[in-house]
Design a binder for this molecule. Structure first.
Ligand code: FAD
Length: 343
């Protein structure tokens, strides 16, 4: 079913979230799409526990907390989120609207598109061994959607970051066997998680191998074993049913590069008055937008979201005069925010 909306935001990072607020103040509702399974963009994916020191009014705020506060701030405007799906196509239709489709097969019809895609959609770094791709989603997984699917299986987890260790801890004892393979003794994961996993290894509940995957063995059309070269150069074969690969995520501009927009390297050129791109009706804010002097900072994206909202309001309602209203004193804004006593 096609979802019809006034505005569609591509990217649920901090700037995409604040865009919902600025559109809401002008009575425009929004649907928000993100390739990741959670909101917050880089703040949630890359540094949720780190403090940020240059958000106006917050001497220090954790990146995860900033996302929580943005969610609280936009709640009155009730945005609809479509997570875990990448926008792959944006095309103008004859009626002046845009048809937008996602990798989950969802289709939208919208009057304005705001690209808040940051540095691109985060995609898992793949296990680069020729031929292994045919086992994606049957025996090789880059994301755990349903943990129970791995219960009772011989599971091999590749990687040494938080995701690898978290899933190793969760699946140890539930999988038939669990082996963690990491290329060195230096783990990026939280030290407490590494120590807990080492306790499980000591108790014989899990195995840890320091080495790199060099190849694989197949039998009867199934992935049978991984060939691992240990750091002392000896080779090992690990028999398995499922491999979970957690080599991290890398951002890819991906399909955005094919939407006919004028790019400056990996960013989208915009007008600094409206934040409209070279395609009328498509706007870009946050890290993905480019103009002379652009700085990839959250506060720049907040400013850009405010001006884009006014431009979109004018695009959709050209005959309507739009006044700037102070949130402090405007009773109409207070009504929109659901405030009865704004003092
Ligand atoms: P992002 O946060 O990158 O979010 C974009 C979202 O769009 C992503 O979730 C992505 O999955 C999604 N997306 C992209 N393409 C698609 C698609 N085709 N379909 C669906 N979804 C898509 N900034 C500061 O101001 N102060 C700091 O102190 C600071 N510290 C930082 C520390 C670190 C370690 C890092 C990595 C960054 C830091 N930054 C800081 C930068 C800040 O995080 C970014 O400026 C900010 O996240 C940009 O927000 P955004 O909403 O534009 O994009």
């Amino acid at each position: 079913m096609t979802i019809s909306t006034d505005t569609l935001i591509v990217g649920a990072g901090p700037c995409g979230l604040f865009q919902v607020f600025e559109l809401g103040l002008l009575d425009l509702s929004a649907h928000v799409i993100d390739a990741l399974p959670q909101i917050g963009g880089q703040c949630s994916e890359l540094y949720p526990d780190k403090p940020i020191y240059d958000i106006p009014g917050f001497p220090s705020v954790g990146a995860g907390e900033l996302v929580d506060r943005l969610m609280q701030q936009i709640k009155p405007f009730n945005p609809t989120f479509h997570l875990g799906q990448q926008v792959d196509l944006v095309e103008r239709q004859g009626n002046g609207r845009f048809r937008v489709t996602t990798t989950a097969g969802q289709e939208f019809s919208t009057k304005a598109v705001i690209i808040a895609g940051g540095v691109g959609a985060f995609q898992p770094v793949l296990l680069r061994i020729d031929g292994v791709e045919k086992y994606h989603d049957s025996q090789v997984f880059y994301r755990v959607r349903d943990p129970e699917r791995h219960y009772g299986k011989r599971v091999v987890i590749l990687g040494g970051g938080d995701s690898a260790l978290d899933w190793a801890l969760q699946l140890a004892g539930k999988a038939d066997t669990l082996t963690l393979v990491h290329r060195s003794a230096n783990f990026k994961a939280a030290p407490a998680a590494v120590s807990r996993f080492q306790e499980l290894v000591g108790a014989g509940t899990a195995r840890m191998i320091l080495g790199s995957v060099m190849g694989f063995e197949e039998a009867d059309g199934r992935l049978k074993a991984l060939e691992v070269r240990e750091i002392d150069q000896s080779m090992q074969q690990i028999e398995l049913d499922h491999v979970l690969v957690f080599f991290g995520l890398s951002p890819k501009l991906g399909p955005i590069a094919d939407w006919g927009l004028t790019l400056n390297k990996h960013q989208i050129e915009v007008s600094t008055e409206t934040f409209e791109t070279s395609v009328p009706g498509i706007y870009a804010i946050g890290d993905i937008s480019w103009y002379p002097g652009k700085k990839k900072l959250i506060l720049s994206g907040f400013h850009e979201a405010a001006l884009a909202a006014f431009a979109i309001k004018h695009q959709l309602f050209p005959d309507q005069k739009v006044y700037l209203q102070y949130t402090t004193t405007s009773s109409s804004v207070h009504r929109k925010l659901g405030l009865t006593d704004p003092t």
